[in-house]
Design a protein around this ligand. Structure first.
Ligand code: COA
Length: 391
């Protein structure tokens, strides 16, 4: 154990692609309507990644923003955990790609798969690594390009999902607070209710926008038993919140804000009813983002902070649920107010990342030259292609 065992959230950042796809846009390609989607889900629009944007590039943008808020240089980061179900590669992990983009040269990095509960699982893992003294700080990211794994001809699923990324920086401190408790749960017997095969279409985006509206291969897209998933979610959320609060020696009256996974406003409203609290206690932004899976909680957290919904010493609860089946909750004592970041500071940080990218590219080149001088075969540069498209 260490003195610096309290894992405080000291930075947060999110990234949403520019392209907005409204319910009316979707109604042009499948038999649905804005009214049906909005009344059943609370979603009006979602963001869809551009061709050059990937799960890793969005994760990098969110992480860089979170590090700027935390005022921590990437070289100080010791652990990067990326929660995602839509990596471009099984390996290298998305976390390793982010490590490279950031130039976080002292960080361990790995991906974590727990579907829409992934961010809360990852937060729990990272805070435990801090509590044991194994690392002093960590970046935890939720990031998804759901648009590349939904069947855009299946009206029951394509209306729900969106793309984006969110990140937090955790830092060890001797001051009590930060992550106070977490509860992780799973039930693999419900795995078939929400699933995505391991071989699917989310390569580096060589696919044009036309792909979004022409795929339909059930072996490569998400499948979901909507009603049963709805029932599962509404049956676990309130119990989980009560459980994690009990672990932290708190009650629902001590909670200032609950940031739930943004799947469906009716799921959230039903959970509020079960807990006997106003649905205002739950933060919701899914009207504008749709369900961004593992990214939804950190994106919602960033919006909540921007709207002034969190004050120092507030208790905030995160609750995720999704494929696996998995569900997870955590309680965090919020410790910080957002610092003012000057334009000069922001530009300086941007310049540092450009420098890091340049250095990473030089390292790749020198590896290549070294290999060709030694006469070793060089693997096809698929990753390099992705990097150049990202610019
Ligand atoms: N537009 C219009 N009609 C639609 C439709 C759409 N996008 N999707 C389904 N329908 C139709 C169905 O075909 C069905 O028609 P029928 O009665 O003629 O057979 C009818 O609407 C009811 O379908 P159902 O699937 O029972 O609707 P629902 O009220 O359960 O709502 C969901 C569907 C997907 C919105 C809802 O089940 C849900 O949100 N589930 C949870 C999903 C989720 O959050 N997943 C992620 C968890 S991490």
């Amino acid at each position: 154990m260490t003195d610096m065992k309290y894992a405080h959230i000291v930075g947060w950042g999110s990234f949403l692609p520019d392209r907005i796809v409204t319910n009316d846009d979707i109604a042009l390609s499948v038999d649905t309507s804005h009214e049906w989607i909005y009344t059943r889900t609370g979603i009006s629009e979602r963001r869809i990644a551009a061709e050059q944007e990937t799960t890793a590039t969005m994760a990098f943008e969110a992480a860089a923003r979170a590090l700027a808020v935390a005022d921590i240089h990437p070289s100080q980061i010791e652990l990067i955990i990326v929660a995602t179900s839509t990596p471009e590669y099984i390996f290298p992990s998305t976390a390793c790609r982010v490590q490279d983009y950031l130039g976080a040269r002292r960080a361990g990095a790995f991906d974590l798969s727990a579907a829409c509960s992934g961010f809360v699982y990852a937060l729990s893992m990272a805070s435990q690594a801090i509590a044991t003294g194994s690392v002093r700080n960590a970046v935890v990211i939720g990031t998804e390009t759901m648009s590349r794994i939904v069947d855009w001809q299946d009206r029951a699923t394509c209306i729900l999902f969106g793309d984006g990324a969110g990140a937090v920086v955790l830092k060890g401190s001797s001051i009590p607070g930060g992550m106070m408790a977490s509860s992780l749960r799973s039930d693999g017997s419900g795995g078939d209710l929400l699933s995505l095969p391991a071989v699917y279409h989310n390569p580096v985006p060589t696919l044009g926008p036309e792909y979004l509206y022409t795929n339909g291969d059930k072996n490569k897209t998400i499948s979901m038993a909507g009603r049963q998933v709805f029932r599962f979610a509404t049956s676990v959320i309130s119990d989980l919140i009560e459980d994690v609060l009990e672990k932290a020696d708190l009650t629902i009256d001590d909670v200032s804000l609950i940031v739930p996974h943004q799947a469906n406003s009716r799921i959230i409203e039903s959970s509020a009813k079960k807990l006997g609290v106003s649905s205002d206690l739950f933060y919701m932004n899914l009207e504008r983002t749709g369900n961004t899976s593992a990214a939804s909680i950190p994106i919602a957290l960033c919006d909540a902070v921007a709207e002034g919904r969190l004050e120092p010493d507030d208790n905030v609860v995160f609750v995720g649920f999704g494929g696996g089946l998995t569900w997870a909750g955590s309680v965090v004592k919020w410790a910080v107010t957002p610092p003012e970041i000057s334009m000069v500071d922001r530009e300086w940080k941007r310049a540092r990342y450009m420098f890091t990218r340049g250095r990473s590219r030089l390292r790749k080149l020198s590896r290549r030259w070294g290999a060709s001088l030694a006469g070793s075969p060089v693997p096809e540069a698929r990753l390099k292609d992705a990097d150049s498209k990202k610019q």
